[in-house]
Design a protein around this ligand. Structure first.
Ligand SMILES: C[S@@+](CC[C@H](N)C(=O)[O-])C[C@H]1O[C@@H](n2cnc3c(N)ncnc32)[C@H](O)[C@@H]1O
Length: 210
């Protein structure tokens, strides 16, 4: 399936790249998400939509890392962070990954699902590239309530989407459609608007629940 065309959606990140690390840190939340991933030595991990690579120094040693993003500006900084690590950094669309099925033990989705034009396709691709026994960890903002988002969120959303991010991605529904089960979820920032989540492919989670 071809990914939606998105010239401004990518260009803006080239524009933001030189300033990104001054605005965004979230080290505590990144560490918590990576702890939930329970990464083991020798495993292969995908930093999907890796940006400037803020996660790279936080990944435990002894892992094989692939880091992908569509913005060459962001990736230039990620390449500096990857120096000396067992990490490959590549230009790639999170909605159509150029990895074979069953490649990774863990896919890390930090601040990417609410950014891509097609979050469901991004989640489906994460599922496709997971090995059996693999898991997804996610740190992002999304709408998780029943009903509709509050009026203020609906009014702000078109502007925020144009600038950077969607506030109202319905993660629980999209995860289920992508074949993922949320096995752990916790508030991470802004009264739980940002959350840290561990997800696993449905077959394994439902089998272990039986
Ligand atoms: C908010 S930043 C998050 C970066 C990083 N994951 C972090 O936690 O700091 C969003 C990133 O998604 C990237 N991005 C947007 N659309 C993408 C796509 N379709 N495929 C891959 N990366 C994409 C942007 O270039 C940007 O680097």
């Amino acid at each position: 399936m071809s990914a939606p065309r998105q010239p401004w959606a990518i260009k803006r990140w080239d524009v933001y790249a030189p300033h990104y690390d001054r605005w965004v840190a979230f080290e505590r939340q990144r560490r918590r998400s990576l702890a939930l991933a329970d990464l083991q030595p020798g495993e292969r991990v995908l930093l999907d939509g890796c940006g400037t690579g803020l996660d790279l120094p936080l990944v435990p040693p002894g892992l094989e890392i692939d880091a992908v993003d569509l913005s060459t500006g962001m990736l230039a900084l990620a390449r500096c962070r990857a120096a000396g690590l067992n990490a490959r950094v590549q230009v790639m669309d999170a909605q159509s990954l150029r990895f074979p099925a069953h490649t990774f033990d863990c896919v890390v989705l930090h601040l990417i699902v609410a950014i891509v034009p097609d979050p469901l396709q991004c989640l489906r691709e994460a599922v496709r590239v997971l090995k059996p026994g693999g898991r997804v960890v996610l740190f992002d903002k999304f709408f998780h309530g029943p009903g509709k988002p509050r009026l203020i969120r609906r009014l702000l959303n078109p502007f925020l989407k144009l600038a950077a991010t969607d506030l109202n991605v319905p993660l629980p529904r999209l995860a289920a459609e992508a074949g993922l089960v949320i096995v752990h979820e916790e508030p991470a920032w802004l009264r739980g608007m940002f959350r840290v989540v561990r997800l696993e492919p449905k077959t394994r989670s439902s089998a272990s629940a039986e």
